[in-house]
Each structure stands twice: as structure tokens, then as C-alpha cells.
Write a protein that binds this ligand. Structure first.
Ligand SMILES: C[S@@+](CC[C@H](N)C(=O)[O-])C[C@H]1O[C@@H](n2cnc3c(N)ncnc32)[C@H](O)[C@@H]1O
Length: 284
């Protein structure tokens, strides 16, 4: 299916206000985290209260445009000096309206995923194996930070998922027969730890000209697990350089809408999508 892609140069709060209610099935997004990241236009360091208040503003619009059985996958990271931010944001998004507040998004947290960017394991043969990329932290008190959260928020807490669409083969094949819920297929639910490394790049400016992107595969996993297949209408209110758009196109879903206040990032997004049409197998 040809994906209908709309990249819109506008503040997402205003942009979503123009969208009809319940007009998207899925939101996958990574808003600015208020951690002082050097975006070109957006100032990523404001008073914490003002930041949470702004998040509530866009989340209220987001909830309105999301279908009743829709899923909202919210990617948020932290820095060691500011470890509570993802949790404070999550609490604000899931709380009912307080006295004096007109409304609140009041989402239900249905699942919590850990996007693991890098991992080191010891094999059963005792060999240490490391995979993925991370930014080393040089500190006597903090360890390297190798993961981010992806909170799965819904309106009811009761949205059925295609758990095995993003599944993995059983390690022990005897479990295929043992567990009835797999329908006899060699695939089990992957669980909530997702190892999705960034692609190795040689020139940041050329290959990833944005300070805070997520990988295409992260969005693809969300599209699969939400399970509305080709009919899915995806929204990313914080488009950046269009990673969600690329996932939408690669998976051939129905439509994608993305907003960004920075025209330059939207231009890069267009170019990335164009390159994908020419060469769908290239690394993203
Ligand atoms: C964390 S980045 C998203 C990156 C994206 N996930 C990607 O992989 O390219 C957040 C983006 O939000 C944009 N932004 C900030 N405020 C915005 C607003 N009010 N409306 C729309 N976009 C906004 C910034 O310009 C930035 O590109």
C-alpha cells in the first residue's frame, strides 16, 4: 500500500487542534525531554513545571485525535542528573484532572518498554558479548546510561495488542506445544525489553543531522505490536527528521502525519523519504 505522508511545518498543539477527533490509530513520538539538547529552534531547558504543563497541553490534543482503541507510545529518556523526569511526566499524563484544572489527558499506562541501546551479556559458554552503541559517561558516581523508556499509554488500559507480531522464536522448541496461546507457531511474545541499537554511522552531519532521533526499527516494532496492519494511521507530533514517517512508509501503512516547528528538519525528512523510495533496502 502507498502510504499517504503529510509533513506539516507547525506547532503540534495548533496542528492537532485542526485534526478531527479519533482520526489516528497510533502515536509514536519522542518529545523534547527538557534536558538542554541543542535543537536548532526549540529551547530545551525551561522551568520543570512549565515543561510538564506544556506536555499536558499537547497530550490533551493527542488524546482527542487518538481512536478509542488507539495506542500512544511515548519515548522518553533521562540523564543521570535528572533521573525522575520520565516518571514525573508519566505521572502527570496518567493523573486525573486536579481541582481547578479544566481537563487532563488522563491516559492509562498499559505497558512499559525498555528501549535497550546497548547490552553486555555472558553466554552460557562464559563468553562476554557486547552489542549496540551508547554515549560513555565519565563519572565516579553514575554508570553509563544504555536505555530509554517507551511508555505505552491507552485510553482504557484494555487495548488488545498483536503481541507475537513483534515476537521471537522459542529458544526451546518443546515450548511450542506446551503453550497453547501461540497457535502452534514458533513465535512467542518478545517481552518488554527491546534491544534496538542505532545504526553505525560515519558522519553525524550527513547521516543523522538531528541531535535526538530514535531508530526506525523502534517505530516499526510499535506499529507491529499495535497490530492494526495496513489500515494504521500514524501520528508523530514531534517529527524531527521523519524517523516515524520512514517506518510508516517501509511498513506500507495507510497514513502518516508529522509536525515540526523546524522547517530544516522537515526538509531532511523529505529527503530521507525520497531516498527510501529510490532504494528501500538502504540502512536508515
Ligand atoms: C526528540 S526530537 C524528535 C526526533 C524524531 N523522533 C526523529 O527521530 O527524527 C523533538 C522534535 O520536536 C520538535 N518540536 C519542539 N517543539 C515542537 C512543537 N511545539 N511542535 C512540533 N514540533 C516541535 C523539535 O524541533 C525536534 O525536532
Amino acid at each position: 500500500m502507498q502510504t499517504d505522508i503529510n509533513l506539516i511545518h507547525q506547532d503540534c498543539v495548533l496542528g492537532m487542534r485542526d485534526m478531527p477527533a479519533a482520526s489516528v490509530d497510533l502515536v509514536v513520538t519522542s518529545p523534547p525531554y527538557n534536558l538542554g539538547i541543542d535543537y536548532r529552534k526549540y529551547k530545551d531547558q525551561v522551568d520543570r513545571k512549565a515543561f510538564i504543563q506544556w506536555c499536558l497541553e499537547w497530550a490533551i490534543e493527542l488524546k482527542r485525535v487518538l481512536a478509542e482503541d488507539g495506542s500512544f507510545f511515548l519515548n522518553v529518556g533521562a540523564v543521570p542528573k535528572n533521573p525522575l523526569l520520565p516518571h514525573q511526566l508519566l505521572l502527570a499524563l496518567t493523573e486525573a484532572a486536579q481541582d481547578g484544572e479544566e481537563s487532563a489527558p488522563h491516559f492509562i499506562l498499559q505497558n512499559t518498554f525498555h528501549w535497550v541501546k546497548s547490552i553486555s551479556i555472558e553466554t552460557t559458554e562464559g563468553q562476554a558479548v557486547s552489542a549496540g552503541h551508547f554515549k560513555p559517561i565519565n563519572s565516579p558516581r553514575y554508570v553509563n546510561d544504555c536505555h530509554e523508556y517507551v511508555f505505552h499509554l491507552t485510553k482504557t488500559g484494555n487495548v488488545p495488542l498483536e503481541r507475537r507480531a513483534a515476537g521471537v522464536p522459542y529458544a526451546h522448541k518443546s515450548n511450542i506445544k506446551r503453550w497453547g496461546h501461540n497457535g502452534g507457531e514458533d513465535k512467542r511474545c518478545r517481552g518488554n525489553t527491546w534491544f534496538i541499537p542505532y545504526d553505525t554511522i560515519h558522519s553525524r552531519n550527513k547521516e543523522r543531522p538531528h541531535p535526538a532521533t530514535f531508530p526506525v526499527k523502534l517505530v516499526e516494532q510499535c506499529i507491529r505490536i499495535h497490530g492494526k496492519s495496513q489500515q494504521t494511521r500514524l501520528l508523530d507530533p514531534f517529527n524531527g527528521i521523519g524517523t516515524s514517517a520512514i517506518a510508516a512508509k517501509r511498513m506500507g501503512i495507510s497514513s502518516y502525519t508529522g509536525f515540526d516547528i523546524d522547517e530544516h528538519y522537515l526538509e531532511v525528512a523529505k529527503e530521507r523519504i525520497h531516498q527510501l523510495v529510490d532504494s528501500p533496502e538502504q540502512p536508515t
